[in-house]
Write a protein that binds this ligand. Structure first.
Ligand SMILES: [Zn+2]
Length: 75
């Protein structure tokens, strides 16, 4: 947690310095919500790298799905 806090502190002042917008995203559920339909598939163990949404049938790569969810809340 300490190193994440330091990274966040540095990003905050560097973004301010260069006039960039820094968006802090709560990572809660970013890897368990389907980026296509929003279905909450519940907790996925870290070892689970791919999953299929039982609601819409979309096949997900864990990290790409999470990236889409993060992008959606920052847009
Ligand atoms: Zn879905």
């Amino acid at each position: 947690n300490q190193s994440w806090r330091e990274i966040r502190r540095q990003l905050t002042y560097k973004c301010a310095w260069y006039g960039k917008r820094l968006v802090i995203v709560n990572p809660w559920k970013t890897s368990q919500l389907c980026a296509s339909c929003g279905f909450d598939d519940g907790k996925h163990e870290l070892s689970l790298r791919k999953w299929t949404c039982p609601n819409c049938g979309e096949n997900h790569d864990r990290d790409i799905n999470a990236a889409k969810n993060i992008l959606a809340v920052t847009a």
